[in-house]
Design a protein around this ligand. Structure first.
Ligand SMILES: NC(=O)c1ccc[n+]([C@@H]2O[C@H](COP(=O)([O-])OP(=O)(O)OC[C@H]3O[C@@H](n4cnc5c(N)ncnc54)[C@H](O)[C@@H]3O)[C@@H](O)[C@H]2O)c1
Length: 434
């Protein structure tokens, strides 16, 4: 099939590339000139495991191309995906300006019937709004389908290639049949394609992200209570997770959730309830998360005192989670800002996110090329992202490098007993570790 994907960010680029890998002829469009130039030469501007190799292969096979010419791409394609950003508005709601502007541009460029598919996460009712806007703009026939994306950054290619489910929201059976055909190769293992109305499809995405955020805030709150009550969240989590009604996933305590989706989607869902429906639970989820993000820096200040002006602190992990370079709303930002405000010198390391971090912290922190370099002369180490390479470090070498062997583990990746035996002072989240 001939496809166009508008917006070549984390979602659009992965979707477009995977569709090309499935044998389709895909044109990806973006307004970012530098991004398109890089992609044309096979350079992927984001870090997503496995993506660059796929982009290069499909570019070479000429199934995938990149352009800024939306009109040409629309005329080429029978199905057009919208995967542009839906950032947070000042009032917390989702800003759909990019989506609506794109839909209008598509309508203006149409030269025949088209299927328009929204992949961006959009408030309930947006598909209807797109339909109205396009009907005012073009005389050609079209269908609008809501097809929310559930991929996880860090495993986006894998998720797209083998989705748990594909959700299609539309009341146009012909358009649904075409999309079904397009997605069929990706669900060979029997995972379902769910067809529903567009509003339910739009809501599904928000509800899925909101429950994941809720699980994180819930376990963080229990972890904090464990600390207060002298229980160990690791034991509690295992005991909870073995109950099949609960399950072991997404109940790991830490420094709070971040990224480009959970924070903004929880807030957008709260905004969708207004006026008239107070989303009380989600408000609490957000409050708990904001508090959790301050926890690790508070532990540092309790240990060293609130004036950190003579302290050098190492930070391992800046991305909001492992296997991505995405720093949007990363908890590490709150942690580092709080330490800087207290006067600390920061030496940070992240395997992939240093370039993004530089855009946020500039010259206010030092960036190290190796994790051990960040430890040189450090009074303490904070672990803020659980990259695999941090899990089994050489602790003896770490002790030699550090001025004092203190670890603040925001992801509970080390064993308190082991570290104490090796002479470290160790703090983590919700465990009996001092
Ligand atoms: N990142 C994720 O893990 C994820 C997962 C599921 C859903 N989503 C949703 O998908 C959407 C996109 O997210 P993302 O993380 O890929 O965003 P992103 O910021 O990485 O990418 C958006 C891209 O759209 C481009 N763009 C903006 N306006 C444009 C226009 N008029 N024409 C062409 N291109 C334009 C931008 O230049 C950018 O490259 C959002 O609604 C997000 O909530 C994201």
């Amino acid at each position: 099939m001939n496809l166009a994907v508008i917006g070549t960010g984390y979602v659009g680029l992965v979707a477009g590339t995977c569709f090309a890998e499935g044998g389709n002829d895909v044109v990806c469009i973006d307004i970012d000139e530098a991004k398109i130039a890089a992609l044309k030469s096979g350079k992927v501007p984001i870090y997503e495991p496995g993506l660059e190799e796929l982009v290069r292969r499909n570019l070479k096979e000429q199934r995938l191309s990149f352009t800024m010419d939306l009109g040409a791409a629309v005329r080429h394609a029978s199905i057009i995906f919208i995967a542009v950003g839906t950032p947070q508005r000042q009032d917390g709601g989702a800003n759909t300006e990019q989506v609506l502007a794109t839909a209008k541009a598509v309508a203006l460029a149409m030269d025949g019937p088209k299927i328009i598919v929204t992949k961006s996460t959009v408030p309930v009712g947006t598909a209807d709004e797109i339909r109205r806007l396009m009907a005012e703009t073009t005389r050609h026939s079209f269908s609008v389908i809501s097809n929310p994306e559930f991929m996880k950054e860090g495993a986006a290619v894998e998720d797209f290639m083998k989705p748990d489910r594909v959700v299609l929201g539309s009341e146009d059976p012909k358009a649904i049949d075409l999309l079904r055909e397009l997605y069929e190769p990706f669900v060979r293992t029997g995972n379902p394609i769910l067809v529903m109305d567009a509003r339910s499809a739009e809501m599904s995405k928000y509800a899925a992200n909101a429950i994941l955020a809720t699980k994180i805030s819930f376990i963080n709150e229990v972890a904090n209570l464990c600390e207060k009550a002298g229980a160990d969240i690791n034991e509690v989590r295992r005991a909870m997770g073995l109950d099949r009604r609960i399950g072991p996933h997404f109940i790991f305590p830490g420094v709070g959730y971040g990224g480009s989706c959970f924070p903004k989607d929880v807030r957008a869902m709260i905004a969708m309830g207004e006026p008239g429906l107070d989303m009380e639970l989600l408000r609490a989820v957000e409050r708990v998360n904001e508090r959790q993000k301050t926890l690790l820096a508070d532990k540092v200040k309790r240990h060293f005192g609130s004036d950190l002006s003579r302290r050098t602190l190492a930070v391992w992990g800046l991305a909001f989670k492992p296997r991505t370079d995405d720093m949007r709303d990363a908890p590490s930002i709150t942690v580092v800002e709080s330490l800087l405000q207290a006067g600390a010198r920061i030496q940070a390391y992240d395997p992939e996110a240093l370039a993004e971090a530089k855009k946020i912290f500039g010259s206010r922190i030092r960036y190290e090329r190796r994790n051990y370099d960040a430890l040189k002369g450090a009074d303490g180490l904070l672990v803020t992202t659980e990259w695999n390479e941090f899990r089994r470090p050489n602790f003896a070498h770490m002790k030699e490098l550090m001025k004092s062997p203190v670890i603040f583990d925001g992801r509970n990746i080390y064993e308190p007993g082991e570290l104490r035996k090796m002479g470290f002072t160790y703090y983590s989240i919700g465990r009996k570790d001092g």
